[in-house]
Design a protein around this ligand. Structure first.
Ligand code: BYC
Length: 327
């Protein structure tokens, strides 16, 4: 997101903003009231939201690429129609989220420019390639599954427009997760080769899916304040643990093996213990060194350039419409 520049400029809010306003704001958040676009809010709250919501929007739009790549190669008309609808849904999610961020005073052009110039981040998960049809199943099951885990609590995030956008997004993500799991069921119960494909996809997508939840809590610079402001309702590690606990029995149902030798049920905590995530890989991908990061950014920039004539035509039409209305 608007990363280092932003954090350098952030001053402790109490020194630059009216402490009564800050106290009233904090009290509203603590009482679980939604903050709305025209309400007073600390500058750092606004910036955190723009950072997170725009990153979320970019992730949805970049996330169309790995799956869009398989629309022409889906194995049946039914699978093609479902995948097409899913990818279109992701485009819609991006639009709701860009609109929610715009209510905070940033423009679509600024957000897109930040993505294209590399100033803004998007989810690490979309920097991995989709090599086989089973990857489409694994993405729906695991990536959309992780997304739902993260987004269900965001329906209660403190900023009203973001919370309301999440309600519809979560309903659609739930369908996405099921379509992915259904592909995995078909493959896992298919021929030996199909089952091997399903296992291979699980092997490649498991760890990157766990990385979607972000760095561990003790290394997550934004979590503490975002939890206090109820932007985030659960921490990165809490959500990651829930995801593991839900996904492991799903893998067992498929007859597949989660690629983690340290995975073990822990009776005392009522959840699974799991192996150490490769955080070096995570930070490398965050820095833009993911396996297909360059292709993803090129595809986004090309789409923006190729669509320039549509934006120009829409602007010219609108200008004519206004001229006519004024005449
Ligand atoms: N990838 O302090 P932290 C989808 C960054 S779309 C890249 O914990 P925060 C789907 C983080 O931004 C799913 N960067 O940050 C779409 C921060 O850097 P900056 C997208 C990551 O914000 C299509 C730094 O690391 N979901 O599922 O408190 C098809 C330190 O982290 C990542 C959302 O965006 C990452 N994985 O917590 C299918 C959900 N993780 O910005 C599926 C909304 C961390 O300070 N976002 N970073 O320079 C969130 O819930 C939070 O922003 C995060 C990170 C949990 C992701």
């Amino acid at each position: 997101m608007y990363t280092t520049e932003m954090s350098k400029n952030v001053k402790p809010i109490e020194t630059v903003e009216d402490s009564d306003l800050v106290a009233a704001f904090e009290a509203r958040v603590a009482a679980d009231e939604f903050i709305e676009p025209k309400d007073w809010m600390p500058d750092a709250y606004r910036k955190t939201l723009v950072r997170q919501i725009s990153q979320h929007a970019h992730s949805e739009i970049v996330g169309m690429l790995p799956e869009g790549n398989w629309i022409t190669r889906a194995p049946s008309l039914r699978r093609k129609a479902i995948l097409l609808a899913k990818v279109q849904d992701e485009g819609g999610h991006g639009l709701y989220l860009y609109c929610a961020a715009e209510t905070l005073g940033t423009s679509r052009e600024q957000m897109v420019e930040a993505l294209h110039s590399g100033k803004a981040k998007y989810s690490t998960i979309f920097n991995y390639p989709t090599l086989t049809w089973a990857d489409i199943g694994a993405i729906g099951w695991l990536v959309d599954g992780a997304a739902i885990m993260n987004q269900v609590p965001l329906q209660r995030t403190s900023y009203g427009p973001y919370a309301r956008a999440m309600v519809r997004v979560c309903k659609e993500e739930s369908f996405h997760q099921r379509q992915g799991y259904e592909i995995m069921i078909a493959l896992a119960n298919g021929t030996a080769d199909q089952k091997r494909m399903a296992q291979d996809a699980l092997n490649r997508w498991w760890w990157p899916s766990l990385m979607m939840f972000g760095p561990p809590d003790d290394n997550s610079p934004n979590t503490e304040r975002s939890m206090r402001w109820r932007i985030k309702r659960e921490t990165n590690d809490e959500l990651r643990q829930k995801f593991v606990d839900i996904s492991v029995p799903q893998a067992e149902f498929l007859g597949l093996t989660v690629p983690d030798a340290d995975l073990k049920w822990n009776e005392a905590k009522g959840g699974y213990d799991f192996g150490e995530i490769d955080w070096e890989e995570f930070y490398a991908v965050v820095r833009g060194e993911g396996p297909v990061a360059k292709e993803r950014m090129k595809a986004r920039r090309d789409a923006w350039d190729d669509g320039a004539w549509v934006r120009d035509a829409a602007a010219a039409y609108e200008a004519k419409r206004r001229e006519r209305a004024a005449a």
